[in-house]
Design a protein around this ligand. Structure first.
Ligand SMILES: O[C@H]1[C@H](O)[C@@H](O)[C@H](O)[C@@H](O)[C@H]1O
Ligand SMILES: [Fe+2]
Ligand SMILES: [Fe+2]
Length: 310
């Protein structure tokens, strides 16, 4: 399968990756405009550059402490147990929209760029994509649902700690890449001292495909399982985005290429596009939920059953 056949890009080019065009007026120097017109802000709502994990601030201390716990506890064994436990989807029955509303209660402790309730982020992402890619309704819906796995923080899902739900993800069962945020804390991860799990290929083989690779447990893989098991009709690129959107070492740093197969390489093109909207749409500008709700309900109806098993 190639993306070009299945979902022609709205702008009709062969190259799917966005071309960043610098803006030359009034805007801050580091602002960029994506192909569809989306203006990438130069700074986040705290006045810092996006994904800056090294600046000195109170919020950043919390973020670093989050990653310390995350890197120590996400082991190959932990991931296996969580996938089995949560893969049975026997906890709750609810619709996609009900889940969006549940996320209203949560903020994400791993995120240096956003301290708004999660439902805002879902709508901001989806609406920003919708403006630039009006014909790709599957991508709008992917934007809306990509973080719904954060519902694992909710009491009816066992109230998992933040380190087991949010933050960037990475493969387990093979060496941790140095391009992962706050990489230094991996030295305290038990897998770091296991000769197989700390080798380049670990339990995997060259070009085996990401589907074979166990990722640190969190909202990405969980939502992927929910969507797949509830038989969504979203295209495989949508499922790929949901599953790997927090895998920054891959989609931003180009690490772990040695584990990818041809299909992953195709899907990565859409993920890179998606990421710009996921990251840079984070702002204090609120979306009017009631105004956009009917549109998203129609997409949910098109791609998902009325009730899903979670
Ligand atoms: O802090 C953020 C947040 O948790 C996002 O939902 C996740 O996708 C990112 O990768 C992470 O860095
Ligand atoms: Fe996410
Ligand atoms: Fe997100």
């Amino acid at each position: 399968m190639t993306i070009l056949c299945e979902h022609p890009p709205a702008f009709g080019g062969v190259e799917l990756e966005e071309k960043n065009i610098p803006v030359d007026h009034d805007k801050q120097e580091n602002e960029l405009v994506l192909d569809g017109g989306f203006v990438v802000p130069g700074t986040n709502s705290f006045g810092h550059t996006f994904r800056d994990y090294d600046i000195e601030s109170e919020r950043q201390k919390g973020v670093e402490e989050f990653y310390r716990k995350n890197h120590i506890n996400q082991t190959y064994g932990f991931v296996k147990r969580m996938r089995e436990e949560y893969g049975s989807l026997n906890r709750v029955e609810m619709s996609i929209w009900e889940c969006c509303e549940l996320l209203n209660e949560f903020t994400d402790e791993s995120d240096p760029d956003l301290d708004e309730p999660q439902i805002e982020h879902l709508l901001q992402t989806a609406e920003a994509i919708r403006k630039d890619y009006p014909d790709e309704d599957w991508l709008h819906l992917t934007g809306l649902i990509h973080d719904l796995g954060k519902v694992l923080l909710h009491p009816s899902f066992g109230e998992l700690p933040q380190w087991a739900v949010v933050g960037d993800t990475f493969p387990v069962g093979c060496a941790f890449s140095e391009s992962i945020v706050h990489h230094k804390y991996f030295t305290e991860n038990p897998d770091h001292n296991n000769s197989t799990y700390s080798s380049k290929y670990g339990v995997y083989s060259e070009g085996c495909g990401l589907d074979k690779v166990s990722m640190s447990w969190g909202h990405d893989d969980y939502m992927y399982l929910v969507a797949r098991e509830n038989k969504t009709t979203l295209p495989s690129s949508g499922l790929f985005i949901i599953r790997y959107h927090s895998f920054y070492a891959l989609h931003r740093e180009d690490a772990y290429r040695h584990l990818m197969n041809e299909e992953d390489i195709e899907n990565l093109k859409w993920l890179k596009i998606f990421n710009k909207y996921d990251l840079y749409s984070k702002s204090k500008v609120r979306v009017d939920v009631e105004e956009v709700k009917p549109y998203y309900l129609s997409l949910i109806e098109k791609y998902f059953p009325a009730k899903l098993r979670w």
